[in-house]
Design a protein around this ligand. Structure first.
Ligand code: ACO
Length: 340
């Protein structure tokens, strides 16, 4: 009996460059026109710019007008991403929207976006993983493209968190904002080292933490939309410690170390969480993309908003290694390693 030794990668594995890969072909974003500064907030909430900025790094957030829905922002971000990719909606066969603030309980916000874009072909659905929703949506879409189930997709994070905030609770209402970000994922068959594409993804959740960050309403429980509730210090501690496992997982799958990264684009919840996470992971401060000062925490929209921000687009170069990472209610968390 002969023993066959092969150095070829397992077909379809993370190291197999012949598999179909999804690469980011365009980015776009949309923010409501109305800006609310910390000083604006302090006019009707017992807080101050000094308290908010020193504890979170937030200076301002965008707030949707009455009637401006998550799907409005998602559509604008999607159109901007399509323009950036040099594509039209005819090129797209899948839309995935990550949101915890859908326009309606159903249909999915993704379907509304599909309709607004004038698209009647393909498929559209929502993903609910709150602040890590974009990482979840990207992971699912990447897997679908890898399986040949879709060729080109819009992956959108869109939120109107202002609608679910208790504006009398200063411990939460100062933290969040509204907005949307989108990426176009295109499929390409790998031909070798250094090719653009999503290299690895890793997802986790642990529902035993579901009472630490949640909304106290819903169609099946209270028949109301409810308000966001949070045990801030528990979230803070978990956000710094827990996400290390998914980051180490994607770095290992990619065969690299944190030193090899060019950019770290974390969920933008709180500058102190971001600084502490980067330090723990050994990522230099100059590689960290920060938008939390301008947007607040926009939940699933925060990473694609950051990917479309000038602080990233003006500096990233083709071939750069980009790490995204997020933690959200549930808790859910995840990371993705991307070659730009
Ligand atoms: N303005 C002024 N004072 C405030 C405010 C406010 N907006 N909010 C709370 N305080 C007061 C409290 O009442 C308390 O007063 P007391 O000492 O008289 O009782 C004091 O400030 C300290 O409150 P703490 O809750 O201990 O403040 P802490 O330093 O922990 O900061 C914060 C609170 C910013 C929420 C922090 O816990 C945090 O960042 N947690 C992470 C939460 C987060 O980012 N969530 C986002 C969603 S999850 C995600 O996206 C990863």
């Amino acid at each position: 009996m002969q023993t066959r030794v092969s150095t070829a990668p397992t077909p379809g594995s993370a190291t197999d460059d012949r598999r179909i890969k999804a690469r980011i072909a365009g980015v776009g974003s949309a923010l409501p026109a109305r800006i609310m500064s910390n000083d604006d907030l302090a006019e009707f909430v017992d807080t101050s710019d000094e308290w908010i900025f020193s504890r979170t790094g937030i200076k301002q957030r965008h707030i949707a007008q009455d009637g401006e829905c998550s799907s409005d922002l998602a559509e604008r971000a999607a159109r901007a991403a399509l323009d950036n990719a040099g594509m039209t909606v005819d090129d797209i066969d899948l839309i995935v929207v990550a949101t915890a603030t859908p326009d309606n309980t159903f249909p999915a916000t993704a379907v509304s976006v599909q309709h607004r874009l004038g698209m009647t072909h393909g498929a559209a659905f929502d993903v609910a993983a709150v602040c890590s929703g974009f990482v979840y949506a990207l992971t699912v879409t990447n897997a679908m493209i890898g399986q040949g189930m879709a060729k080109r997709a819009l992956v959108i994070g869109a939120e109107t968190f202002s609608r679910i905030l208790d504006w009398e609770d200063r411990t939460t209402c100062v933290l969040f904002g509204d907005g949307a970000g989108a990426v176009v994922l295109d499929s390409s068959v790998g031909v070798g080292e250094g090719q653009a594409g999503i290299i690895a993804t890793s997802l986790r959740s642990d529902g035993s933490h579901k009472d630490k960050l949640f909304v106290d309403g819903g169609p099946s429980s209270t028949q109301t939309v409810g308000h966001l509730r949070m045990r801030g210090q528990d979230v803070f501690r978990f956000a710094i410690s827990a996400t290390v496992d998914v980051v180490e997982d994607v770095l290992a799958k990619g065969g690299i170390t944190a030193d090899d990264l060019d950019w770290f684009v974390p969920h933008q919840a709180n500058k102190r969480i971001i600084d502490a996470s980067a330090k723990k992971l050994g990522i230099a401060p100059e590689k960290v993309i920060l938008t939390v000062q301008d947007h607040g925490n926009t939940s699933a929209a925060s990473i694609p908003l950051a990917l479309a921000s000038p602080s990233f687009t003006a500096r990233v170069r083709p071939g750069d290694l980009v790490l995204i990472e997020a933690l959200g209610g549930g808790f859910t968390w995840g990371a993705a390693l991307i070659r730009w």
